[in-house]
Structures are given as C-alpha cells and as structure tokens.
Design a protein around this ligand. Sequence first.
Ligand SMILES: *Cc1c(COP(=O)(O)O)cnc(C)c1O
Length: 393
Amino acid sequence: MTIQAALDQQRELESFLDTHPEVSIDFDLVQREVRSGYSRPLLVLDLEIVRQKYRRFREAMPRVTPHYAVKANPDERILRALDHEGCNFEVASIAELDLLLGLSIESDRIYYSNPVKSRAFIRYAAEKGLRWFAFDSADELIKISEIVPDAKLYLRFDTPNIGSDWPLAGKFGAKQRDIEGILDVAVEHEADVCGLTFHVGSQCRNVENWRHAIGLSKKIFDMMRDKGLRAEMLNIGGGYPVRLTRPIPSVEYIGEVVSDALNDISDDISICAEPGRFMVSDAAYFVCQVIGTQTKGDERWLYLDAGVFGGLMECTQGIQYEIGADRKDSALAPWFVAGPSCDSVDMLPREQMLPADTQEGDFIFFPKAGAYTTVYANEFNGFPLPEVRVINE
Ligand SMILES: *Cc1c(COP(=O)(O)O)cnc(C)c1O
C-alpha cells in the first residue's frame, strides 16, 4: 500500500470514529469579552455549555450517576451550576472537599476517589460525613478501616489505558494478580469492601477500554461474593473525551458500549462515573496575548503571556489544542510558541500553524480549554494567574 493510500484509509477510519458533534462557545462572544477588557490571560467560561454537557452525559448513560471530578476545574461557579443540575462530586483532597461543603453540598453526594490519602485527610473527611473511600492496596485498606471502621470501600484496579491521550495506569490501580490477596485482607479485617472502580485514562479515545474494564469488574464482583463481601457499587471513573485536534468517539457512542457492557452487572449494583474533562473542557476558551515575536535563524518564535506554568501544562504531555488567531485572512506559517517565564520547558512541544504576520499584541485563542488549564496555573517567575470570566451564569 502506498503511504497516500494508507493515510486515506486512516482518515476514512477516523471520520467513521469521529461521531462527536462540535460544541464550543461562539467565537464572537469570546472576542467581545476580550474587547471589553484584557489585563492578563483570560479563560472565558460558558456555564450553559457545562449544563448541556451534564445533561448529555446523563442521557447517554441513563444507568450511570455522574460525580464530577472537581480537579478538572474547581471554579465555584461550575460547582454550583453542576450541583443545581443534580450532579454529585468526586474529590482528592481536603481543600476540594471544603469547597463543596462551603457550597452546602451534602457529604453523602461526595466520593473520595484518591486511592492514597493521609491519615489526617481520611479523619477529616470522615468527620465531615464522607463514607465512600477508594483504595488500591492492602496497606491503604487497613489504614482507612483503622480510622473509619464503617467506611464503604471501593477497590481501584488497574485497567488498560490504551488509546488515552493522558494515561493514568501505572501510578494507580491494584494489579490483577494482587486483587485476590487484597480481598482476603478485607475479609480478615472485616472491612466493608463493597465497590470497584477504574480509570481508563483521561481523554480516552478507545471505547474498548470501558468494555474491557467493566468485564473485569464483573469477574472481581463474583470473586467478592465468593468471599462473602457484598457487591454494591461500580464506579466507572472518568476519561470521557472532548473534541480537540483528533477524532474521538461521542459520549453517546461510549454510552452505548458502556450500557451494553453493564448488562452483565446485576441490577442491585449502583453505577456511577467521574467525568471531569468532559463536563468543562468545551465550555471555555483560553485567551493569551503575544508579548513578543522574533526570528532565530529561519525559525519564527512568539512569546505568550501564559505558557506551561500559566495554564497550558497539559500541552507538554500529549494534549493538543486547536489554536486560533484573530488574523483570519493571513497565510499560515509554523511558529514556535513559548510562555513568558525564564524556563526552557515553558513552551509548546511542536511548532504551531499561526498567521505568518502575527505581531506583538495579537490575541491567541485556545478553544475547549475549560479543563486542566487554570487549575494547573501557578505564579512561577511572578506571572499572574489567569482571570476566569463567566458568561451565561
Ligand atoms: C482525574 C480523575 C477523574 C476525571 O478524569 P477525566 O479524564 O477528567 O474525566 C475521575 N476520577 C478520578 C479518580 C480522577 O483522578
């Protein structure tokens, strides 16, 4: 097969896979926000899109109760909007928990899914009324049950993250061969291990990961029952992708695969999920300004007022945004795009196609940047955190 034929075939396959309808803020609205005042990197966030994404998720997987993963974007206005829609939550830390409690969100709607927690954090969460705790080792199981003997525990197991743009396997999840031993420890300690969870990897573009992991869950539940443990809850985690530069399966398609796989999971087991990126990514545009341009040999370079430390951290590890400019009619050219700090890691990993006549003062736009941007931003080297401006509150 020629290279061209192979590329054509790949494109055809990708267009078949790409069933995701576009969702994004109207660009005119974003430009209007920028014109109305810009002093530092800006995230324009549309809460109506967050609400729509929540409803779409619910419709796609009727049996699944979503718990929003707060880490994707902990902006209070997002949390409030999702709470209002009836969404539950997932936290990893006390600060995230306090945020939710501060909004009067009831503790029984919050899951603690971080598989390794300090004793102080476990104690605090239990005092506040949390009961559901994740773990992925016998050590953590013993730690939690010492502090919270009546905790409801769910085991995170390792599962393939093939085809996920931001894999999470490796650091998290009990290995297959360790699961039986961990369940024996649960029985020995009379711990109420009654749930399972997994994460297929963030921005997961391969639906087979869900099918496979739900199939494994069925086997582990059977093993739990054999050991006298109750099977009450399956948490199918996060990973639902959004349309960046590569094709993705739609949430409706993922929902079909998930619902089909869940037919093997008995009806008395409640099912939840922890979408993070999916809920908020489409809802925001990240806007930066060019603070300088230069030519090095034959390379074009531009420097933005926000880079890896200012919100574009995910770009360093495989997430690639579309990137846009105001100059619609100009010819495009490859640019090296760097952030403002004096650190050489502060740049996007490959050249970006931007107008050849881009100049200092131009605005650069990153659509679908509502997740894992502002929350990663820090003030390294003295550059300010992004402003978050909400529309359709
Ligand atoms: C990060 C995280 C999520 C959310 O993942 P997304 O890929 O953003 O959907 C869900 N659950 C846990 C335990 C996480 O750590």
